[in-house]
Design a protein around this ligand. Structure first.
Ligand SMILES: [Zn+2]
Length: 255
C-alpha cells in the first residue's frame, strides 16, 4: 500500500523561514518604496510602509517578521504556496506579487500570501519559543511542554506552535526518530531528559538543513521502507487535530 498523501507537504517549516530571513538580509537598512501588484494586497494598508527603512527581518517559528522604522511590523505567514525572493533593485518580479519592497540596491517580492498583516509594535503572536533561536530557550520550551495536558502524545505536542514554534511535519518525524521516541508516547511517560534530547535532536536536524546539507530523511515519507537503524518497516498514521501523517519505526522508537 502506498503511503497516504501528506497534506502538510510544502508548508515551510522553521528552517525554511530562517533561510528566507537570511536571504532577505541585504535589504535591511534600506528605505523601501512599495508596490502592490496584486489586487488582493491593496486592502491590507501596506502603503503605510512607503519610504520607511527596513530595520530587521527575522524568522519566528513559521512566520517572518519584518520590522520597519516607526514601529511597524509586517507579519508574513507563507502557508502552502506563499514565497519571498530577493531581487536586484531594478528587476521586475514575475507574475503578480502581493508586495514588492524596492530599495536602492535590492528588492524583495512576496507572492501568494496567505497572511500579510501590518501592526504597530510587537504583535501578540501567541507563539512558543522558536526552536532555532540562538541561544535555544530549552528551559522555556520544557516548561511549556509540561504546562499542557500530559496525556498528549509527543508528536502532537511538537507541532503545537503555542508550546514551541518552527517544527512542522518533516522535523517532527525526523527529530523523534533521532531521539528514539515514538510520536505516540505520552508526555507523561517522558522525563525532562528525554524531552530535552528530543528538542536538541529536532533542532539539530533543522540546523543541518539550514546549513544547506541535503536532508536524507530516515522516516519522513518512507512508510513501509526499512528503518535505517534497525531495518524494521517504517509505520505511518495520521496524528493530531490536523491529521498530519506521523512516520516512525515501531521497533527502535520507544513508546
Ligand atoms: Zn528502527
Amino acid at each position: 500500500m502506498p503511503a497516504p498523501r501528506d497534506y502538510s507537504r510544502g508548508v515551510p517549516e522553521g528552517d525554511s523561514l530562517h533561510r528566507i530571513a537570511r536571504e532577505l538580509q541585504p535589504l535591511v537598512g534600506e528605505s523601501v518604496s512599495i508596490e502592490l501588484p496584486s489586487p488582493r494586497a491593496r486592502l491590507l494598508g501596506l502603503e503605510r510602509l512607503q519610504g520607511r527603512k527596513l530595520e530587521s527581518v527575522q524568522a519566528v517559528g513559521k512566520q517572518l517578521l519584518l520590522r520597519f522604522e516607526g514601529g511597524l511590523v509586517l507579519r508574513s505567514h507563507l502557508g502552502m504556496s506563499g514565497r519571498w525572493r530577493l531581487l536586484d533593485a531594478a528587476a521586475t518580479p514575475a507574475g503578480r506579487p502581493w508586495l514588492v519592497l524596492r530599495g536602492g540596491q535590492h528588492a524583495a517580492a512576496q507572492w501568494n500570501g496567505p497572511t500579510l498583516e501590518l501592526a504597530r509594535g510587537e504583535l501578540a503572536l501567541g507563539l512558543g519559543p522558536d526552536i532555532l533561536a540562538e541561544p535555544p530557550q530549552l528551559d522555556q520550551m520544557l516548561e511549556n511542554l509540561r504546562s499542557t495536558a500530559q496525556e498528549r502524545a509527543l508528536g502532537e505536542a511538537l507541532l503545537d506552535q503555542r508550546l514551541l514554534s518552527g517544527v512542522g511535519n518533516i522535523w517532527r518525524a525526523e527529530g523523534l526518530w533521532r531521539a528514539r521516541l515514538s510520536p505516540w508516547r505520552p508526555l507523561a511517560k517522558t522525563g525532562d531528559d528525554g524531552l530535552r534530547r528530543l528538542l536538541e535532536e529536532t533542532a539539530g536536524a533543522m540546523r543541518e538543513s539550514l546549513r544547506g546539507q541535503r536532508p536524507r530523511y530516515a522516516v519522513y515519507r518512507r512508510g513501509g521502507r526499512p528503518c535505517p537503524r534497525c531495518s524494521t518497516p517504517i509505520d505511518w498514521r495520521a496524528q493530531g487535530d490536523a491529521a498530519r501523517t506521523a512516520y516512525w519505526c515501531p521497533s527502535c522508537q520507544r513508546y
